[in-house]
Design a protein around this ligand. Structure first.
Ligand code: G6P
Length: 359
């Protein structure tokens, strides 16, 4: 097992570090496949995305990308709810995109089977080659992340995001919904994402230090706006899964509608605040949290963020649409270090399984 960990103390850490390579492979391995898939998707107005856990968060990012670039607004549904919520509207004019690392998650498979039974087209985004999901789907895109041993998804999430980003760009091309120059710049930006991930991996030691000061905390809040909402949800999920610290991810706008009542001196608030459409509004929400004594951990690329944060995780500048992939990395590292500092085995969190094969 030591050999398989390639010198890393845990599989999870190894897999976090593999991400630049994994994302590169996901991109190179999908150039043609994504083109074919985008042409298929373009035929459908009614699009659903179904998934569970971290894959569900990838779906939420996917919705944002499809909407922003291709004017398509898929309904993203937790696969366990999909059947009960949407059974009557699924038909031959429906496309269902299932996202599943393992390709074996019971709820996701059940949603796919229902979609097939109703005559819908099913596209799967899967990591495990030959898994059940690939046999049910009409069309499969592989994430090419390689085997993921740690129970908490890391490289399989960022590769799902890379594939979804490519898909949204290609769909926008097919539908002619976005400026060609902008799409080309996004393709360039995406190709540089592995380098940006290498860059943020250098925060590892400082994130470990940050974690040392936070290991005794019992609640964390993760906030973001726009495309950073799923990033906040995923950051909170990672923390819950492996550190067993209670965490909530939410849109910064929702803070005032309840969770703000829970903020008091020293409660950590992780603010996902890249420059972009919502940056100014995020600053307001951060100030609001600070005024209640919250300890602000800011993730972003703007100087102003440093002024309102107790700790700034300096991120490189990039197109806002690419931030979910790169910003996932420091959030994974923070959760990892908190888990280890609290004496947990991040590879095998209590009560959780890598693949949930019963509904
Ligand atoms: C389990 C795993 C998660 C994963 C989820 C969905 O809960 O612990 O890491 O995100 O299942 O798995 P899938 O294989 O369908 O992506």
């Amino acid at each position: 097992e030591m050999a398989e960990k390639a010198g890393y103390p845990h599989f999870m850490l190894k897999e976090i570090y593999e991400q630049p390579r994994a994302v590169r492979d996901a991109m190179h391995g999908n150039v043609d496949a994504v083109r074919k898939a985008a042409e298929e998707i373009a035929r459908y107005e009614k699009v659903f995305i179904v998934a569970m856990g971290t894959s569900y968060h990838a779906g939420l990012v996917g919705k944002y990308l499809f909407q922003r670039l291709a004017n398509r607004v898929p309904i993203v549904e937790d696969a366990s709810e999909f059947r009960y919520e949407f059974e009557n509207v699924i038909d031959e004019d429906t496309l269902v995109i299932a996202i599943t690392q393992s390709g074996e998650t019971a709820d996701t498979l059940a949603a796919m089977k229902l979609a097939k039974r109703k005559g819908a087209k099913v596209l799967a985004i899967v990591n495990v080659v030959g898994s059940m999901a690939t046999r049910i789907a009409d069309l499969t895109l592989y994430t090419h992340a390689g085997p993921e041993i740690g129970v908490a998804a890391t490289k399989t999430y960022t590769t799902q995001l890379a594939v979804l980003t490519m898909l949204a760009i290609e769909l926008a091309r097919v539908l002619g919904t976005a400026d060609d120059g902008y799409l080309s710049s996004l393709v360039d930006g995406l190709s540089r994402v592995p380098e940006l991930m290498e860059e943020v991996l250098k925060h590892d030691a400082s994130l470990r230090e940050l974690a040392e000061g936070l290991a005794g905390k019992s609640d964390f809040f993760y906030i973001g706006r726009g495309v950073s909402v799923p990033t906040a949800l995923e950051g909170a999920l990672k923390l819950k899964e492996i550190s067993y610290i209670h965490a909530e991810g939410l849109s910064a706008g929702e803070l005032k509608h309840g969770p703000l009542a829970l903020l008091e001196e020293g409660v950590p608030v992780v603010a996902i605040a890249p420059s972009g459409k919502t940056f100014e509004k995020m600053l307001g929400n951060i100030e609001e949290s600070r005024a209640r004594g919250a300890f602000i951990i800011g993730l972003g690329d703007r100087e102003e963020l440093g002024r309102v944060s107790d700790v700034l995780v300096q991120m490189p500048p990039m197109d806002e649409l690419l931030t979910p992939i790169v910003y996932a990395v420091p959030l994974q590292l923070l959760a990892y270090h908190l888990a280890v500092l609290r004496g947990n085995d991040p590879d095998k969190p209590r009560n959780l399984a890598k693949s949930v094969t019963v509904e």
